[in-house]
Each structure stands twice: as C-alpha cells, then as structure tokens.
Design a protein around this ligand. Structure first.
Ligand code: GTP
Ligand code: SPV
Ligand code: MN
Length: 586
C-alpha cells in the first residue's frame, strides 16, 4: 500500500513503473518484520549470505560483480540544460538526449522483478534542514543498505512533497558498457542503471547528498560537502566541532572515530563522531557555520580497519552490518580483510567467490574497496548530538589529501578566502574507491571533484560568498597524514596520533598557539606539537613540514591546468591568491 497520497509522487512512481514494467511494487515501511523478510529472501537467492549469528549477530555478506566494485566517474553525468552549468569537471549530456538514452535501457528492465519504493530522509526527519526522497530499485541489497544509511519508512514518506528527490535504480544486465549514474539537478532527479555497487546505487549518498544537494545549496545559501564531522571534548567538558574534507579512502572514517593517545584520554579528552562522509553546512542565527550529517550509517572501507587503527569502526561492524566484497572465512562463517589481523583464514572464499587460502594465496582476498554498511548508532563514540536536528557549530574546517610528497603535515590558511584557495588547489593520489588507476596525483578541489553537481567555478564562488555571509567563519586548515620519507615509510604515525594535530588546530582556534609563518600560512613549531609517548624527532618534523621549491613549482603548474580549465568562471580572488603563492616560490 502506498505510504503517501501526494499525487506528484504517485504519478512519478506510476510513470517509472510503466517504463520498467515490474511484476510487483512493494513500499518499504522500514519495519523490522519487513527487513527480516527481505533478508530471508536475499539469502534464499544467494544475494546475501547469513554470517555466524553468535559472533556477528544481524550480519550478512554480499559480493558484487567483479567489474562493479567502485564508483564509475567516467560514466557519471550532470545533465542540466546548459553545458556550461555542469562545468569542465563533469561529464555532460543534454537532458533530453540522456533521458532518451536511459529510457531505452530502463524499458522493461524490471520485468518479472519487484520494484521496491523506498521513501527516505537525509537528516533527522522533521529537522528544518532535512530533505526527502524516494529511491525506486529492483535490488534487495539496495533496500537493506538504504535502510542502514538513511532514515527509511513511514515517517519519511509523510514528509514527501512535490519537491522530493526522485531516484530510479535498475540493476538491468549489470552491463558496464551501459552503466550510467546520471543527475538532472534541474529536475531533482537521479537515474542509475547497470550497477550494484554502493556509491553508484545508494542514491541518498553521493548522488543526492552531494551532487543534487550541492546544487540546491548554491541556490538556497548552504553547502553540501564531502566532510566528516567530529567533536573534540576537552577535560573541562567543552566540545568543539571540526569538519574535514579528504578524498575517498583518504581517512575520513578513521579521523571521525579517532581514539586519542593514552595520555590525552587519561587527562579527560574525548572525540565524538557526528559523521564520517558528508556534511550539510548552513549559517546559524548566531552567525556561526553549523553542520549536520544527513546520513544514518557508515559505508566504510574495510581493508586496514583493525583494533589498532580504528577500534570504534571495528566495533561498529560487529552487529547488523552488511559486508561487501570481503573475504568469507568458512571455518567459522565470519569475515576477514587485508589489515584486519595477521591471521588470514586458510579455508576461505575471496571477494570474487573463489576458494582462497590466506597463507598461500598471492592475490588479495578482499577487494581494496570492500566495504561495511553499519548503523551509526552502533558506533561506541557516536556523538550525543548525532540526532540533533540543528547539527553542531563548526570551529575549524580541515582539508587534506593523500600526498607522499610536497604537502606538509599541517598548516593554517591566512583567512577564509585564502582557505578557499587552499581547498581549491587540493590534490590527492587516487584510490580504489573509484575505478581507474590508483596512486596517481590528481587535483581534487575540496575532495569534491567527483561530487560537485554544477560548475566548479561557481562552486568556488559559492564558497567565497558563504565566507562573506557568515559573521564568524571557521578557521581553515590543511593536513596530510600520508607524507613519506626517502625509504617510503609514512613520516607521521597517523590514526589516533592525529589527535595531536587536532589539538594544535583547536589551540589555534582559541588563540593559544602562536605557530610560525610560512609561505603557505601558519604552521606549528616543533615544540607546539604534543609528542608525549611517540618518537618524532625534530628531523622527522622538519621532513614532514618541508616545502620543497621544485616540488611546489611543479605543483603550481598542475594547479594552473585546472584553473585554466575553469576559465572565465574562475573567481578573481582565487587567481589573486594563486599569484601570491607563485611569487613566494619564485
Ligand atoms: P571514503 O569512505 O571512501 O570516503 O573514505 P574515507 O575518507 O572515510 O577513508 P578511510 O578512513 O576509510 O581510510 C581509508 C584508508 O586510509 C584506510 O586504508 C586507512 O587505513 C588509511 N588511513 C586512514 N587514516 C590514516 C592515517 O592517519 N595514516 C595513514 N597512514 N593511513 C590512514
Ligand atoms: C567514496 O567513494 O567517497 C565513498 C564510498 O564514500 S561511495 O559511497 O562509493 O561513494
Ligand atoms: Mn566518501
């Protein structure tokens, strides 16, 4: 039975059903009984495997097709009327041409199948900042993942109005040649076909909460960003919030769930996770920037997650979690991935469903972009503010990338406009989160390159404009946990020890650390960085902070390429900032 009587919604569903021709249509009410029934169905067909319910209660395993394991940026489109509005960083096609092409792929795609109608909310239902959508899908895996990642069901359905975000996903033949992830920002519409991988098919996430939402945010004066949100509580019980943008698989989930080093914990410091991937930011009545996490769960990278690197993430995945493309340990019907422990199972199945022996196999057992989908409420450090409909006030914004060279551990920008410039020149080594080569440095402004739903030049201008509107803008920093020494080892210990950098950032925000001026902005002195309990010599610090002029000249050239591509939409303020930087290295 339909969960809404909004005629616009019902007409759209009828239209999509007439095209895709499902045998049944089922509304998702989000009830436990319905979810349990769907899990049972998925297990019966092999779409899911039920894991050891004593060790991993409520947990399941899923494998995607081997050619369908990451976001496909080359097949992701922004289809607005004018190509200029999509800009130089997005694939574009005229809407009517794309609609026609997609219509051919969707026609009859759900024959003999069930179409699930998922009403969902991005943000706390009823919050003035929440947005509502429907995803239509023929995949139970998508339904179950959406029910973890978003607030699904009757309460969301009741809020649907004519401006709801429409999402249509069909598995079709899972044909990579006809795979499309398409956004029509002017119609609030997302269409995804021929994929079953998370970021391509969980339409509330990157498609809605970043690409469509960034477009809405520009029109309505707010921002949708690829950012974690965390709270740092000091021994006096005061909590300050940071938002940090790192590209895919560059450490957001890890930082969001950070456990401080022992002496910080003993002194009473705590870190609270508000979100690990997406932040919606708006200006509060108090003139500060406020952030809320529109999601309800975590779709996190499995490899590398372990009791040392991220115990909170690991604990989060011990119940009610769906694992995708990890190793299936047949001995005790549990899961494993590279970097979980030093004890890989010998009697196992790899991410492609082949027999796998962790002691003798030369290939990886889990895909490098294998993931867990886990409810946020499982997280031991989930913030008490997670369900606050207002979100949390932000003291600092942190940009960061994965750079083996060039970029220093941390620096602070001089002011908002310079901070926007720092975000605009971000670069990072590519990871397995998207298909294509891994480890290649590419420009990734604000970690949003694949997620900006409009022209990147307009996006930068929107950032600059927000800074002028917000009375008390957060300070903007840049970090790099991934710099390597000449032997190829990470210089900075990273993970929980990143607390030491957050500590300096927050002291800067309170005016309690002087730092030192560099051509990039303000950096910590060696003495200002807390080093209790780690070996981190002044030589290592200097190597971590060094600004190598020849590397920076190459860096500036590569920045020029992107700025040139943006052309007449490039905000003059950013070009001015670039000239200042060029001068300081010449
Ligand atoms: P998406 O979910 O794709 O947006 O990724 P993410 O930004 O949340 O990245 P995540 O925290 O899952 O980290 C990805 C990889 O980076 C994992 O393999 C981590 O082990 C590694 N990583 C995270 N933080 C650090 C760090 O501080 N230092 C080092 N060396 N590696 C890190
Ligand atoms: C990312 O790639 O940035 C992710 C995973 O967070 S996905 O949902 O696939 O986008
Ligand atoms: Mn992400």
């Amino acid at each position: 039975m339909a969960l809404t009587n909004n005629q616009t919604v019902l007409d759209w569903i009828d239209e999509m059903a007439a095209m895709t021709q499902p045998e049944h249509i089922v509304w998702i009410d989000g009830s436990d009984a319905q979810m349990e029934e769907l899990r049972a169905q998925a297990c019966a067909t092999g779409e899911l495997e039920k894991l050891n319910q004593e060790k991993l209660p409520g947990c399941y395993l899923h494998r995607t097709a081997a050619n369908d394991v990451a976001r496909v940026e080359g097949r992701t489109f922004i289809c607005c009327r004018k190509q200029e509005d999509a800009g130089p960083t997005n694939n574009w096609m005229a809407p009517e041409e794309m609609y026609a092409r997609l219509r051919r792929l969707y026609t009859g795609a759900m024959k003999g199948r069930t179409m699930y109608v998922i009403p969902y909310s991005m943000g706390v239902v009823g919050s003035p900042f929440a947005k509502y959508g429907i995803e239509l899908t023929d995949s139970i895996y998508v339904v179950l993942n959406m029910a973890i990642m978003t607030r699904v069901g009757r309460d969301a359905a009741r809020r649907l109005e004519d401006d709801f975000v429409k999402g249509l996903h069909a598995t079709a033949d899972n044909d990579p040649e006809n795979r499309y992830i398409v956004h029509f920002p002017e119609d609030n519409t997302i269409m995804s076909v021929n994929s079953g991988y998370g970021g391509n098919v969980l339409l509330g996430k990157k498609c809605f909460a970043l690409r469509i939402a960034s477009h809405l945010g520009r029109q309505q004066g707010w921002m949708a960003e690829h950012m974690l949100i965390l709270g740092v509580e000091n021994p006096q019980g005061e909590v300050r919030y940071l938002a940090a943008a790192f590209p895919s698989a560059c450490g957001k989930t890890n930082l969001a769930m950070l456990i401080p080093p022992e002496h910080y914990r003993k002194a009473g410091w705590k870190v609270w996770c508000v979100g690990d991937d997406i932040a919606w930011l708006r200006i509060g009545e108090d003139g500060r920037l406020w952030a809320m996490n529109p999601e309800y769960g975590f779709f996190g990278v499995a490899p590398g997650t372990n009791v040392k690197s991220n115990p909170n993430a690991l604990a989060t995945t011990r119940q009610d979690t769906i694992f995708t493309n990890v190793v299936h340990n047949l001995d005790d019907n549990t899961v494993w991935w590279e970097g979980l422990d030093k004890n890989p199972p010998e009697h196992a199945v790899d991410w492609q469903g082949r027999p796998w022996n962790g002691k003798t196999s030369s290939e990886k057992g889990a895909h490098p972009n294998s993931r867990f989908t886990a409810p946020a409420k499982n997280c031991p450090c989930i913030s008490p503010e997670f369900e606050n409909p207002q979100g949390v006030p932000i003291s600092a914004i942190v940009f960061g990338g994965r750079r083996a060279r060039t970029a220093p551990l941390v620096y602070q920008s001089r002011d908002w406009a310079h901070g926007v410039f720092v975000g605009s020149i971000m670069a990072s080594e590519t990871t397995a989160a998207a298909t294509g080569a891994v480890g290649v440095v590419r420009r990734d402004p604000m970690a949003m390159l694949p997620f900006i739903g409009y022209n990147v030049g307009d996006y930068w201008q929107h950032w600059l404009d927000m800074g002028k509107t917000v009375a008390n803008p957060p300070l903007i920093f840049n970090v790099n946990w991934f710099r390597k020494d000449k032997d190829g080892n990470f210089i900075w210990p990273g993970f929980g020890d990143n607390m030491r950098v957050l500590d300096w950032i927050l002291r800067r925000a309170k005016g309690k650390a002087e730092g030192q001026k560099t051509v990039l902005g303000v950096s910590p002195t060696y003495d200002e960085l807390d080093k209790t309990g780690i070996d981190y010599s002044e030589e290592q610090f200097n190597a971590n902070m060094a600004l190598n002029p020849s590397e920076w000249k190459a860096e500036l050239e590569s920045q020029t390429e992107l700025f040139d591509k943006v052309g007449k939409k490039l905000p003059a303020e950013l070009e001015e900032q670039r000239q200042i930087l060029i001068k300081s290295f010449s």
